[in-house]
Design a protein around this ligand. Structure first.
Ligand SMILES: C[S@@+](CC[C@H](N)C(=O)[O-])C[C@H]1O[C@@H](n2cnc3c(N)ncnc32)[C@H](O)[C@@H]1O
Length: 184
């Protein structure tokens, strides 16, 4: 699928895009090179955020932007045992959005802005769940018990995620931050 998708890209895009399959925490990035670094729901897996943010900072051009969506933990005083087990079970290293901002500022970023988009995740997840019967029918899950089980597991995970979000234990956060211009 991936090679076909790449082949379908217009040449002016294909020639400017390179895909690397690598560990974001240790990959070698060119220094001062990128206008934009975007990460969608990955950094929750990475323990040493300061090290990662310093690396992303170094990879950006002066004036460049980092744009991240990620899961965060809520500001609730006491997160439930269920939530803590979920996060540790998946090996997530979750921050509050304030901690996220502080780590980015600690790496040198300015104009750090976080936006709580948890309601969007709740809505999108609920919409996804309504599509599961149709997806199952298209994939032929009626005659494939393993497929039916897999779909049920995903559907259950989606429902649980919405419960955690509605309880404000799990948040979805959109964050942007800038590397200062040379003369800032
Ligand atoms: C929640 S999924 C998000 C996937 C995709 N970005 C998306 O939005 O659909 C998290 C992804 O992060 C990847 N991941 C975990 N640790 C990583 C690391 N150190 N470097 C790069 N990717 C990592 C996992 O393999 C997984 O595919």
């Amino acid at each position: 699928m991936f090679p076909q998708s790449r082949a379908a890209e217009p040449e002016e895009i294909r020639s400017r895009l390179r895909f690397l399959h690598d560990d974001a925490a240790s990959a070698e990035y060119p220094q001062g090179h990128f206008d934009l670094v975007h990460s969608r729901d990955v950094i929750l897996h990475i323990k040493d955020k300061e090290e990662l943010f310093s690396r992303l900072f170094a990879a950006l051009k002066p004036g460049g932007t980092v744009m991240i969506t990620d899961y965060c933990k809520g500001e609730v005083d006491k997160l439930s045992q269920g939530f803590l087990s979920y996060a540790s079970g998946f090996g997530y290293h979750l921050l509050t959005s304030k901690e996220y901002e502080q780590h980015l500022m600690g790496a040198g970023f300015v104009q750090v802005k976080s936006n709580d988009v948890t309601e969007d995740l709740i809505r999108l997840t609920a919409e996804d769940v309504t599509r599961f019967p149709q997806i199952g029918a298209e994939l032929g899950s009626d005659s494939d018990p393993e497929m039916a089980r897999d779909l049920a597991v995903i559907e259950d995970a989606w429902r649980r995620r919405n419960e955690r979000c509605r309880a404000r234990e799990q948040l979805w956060v959109h964050i942007t931050a800038k590397k200062p211009e040379k003369d800032d």
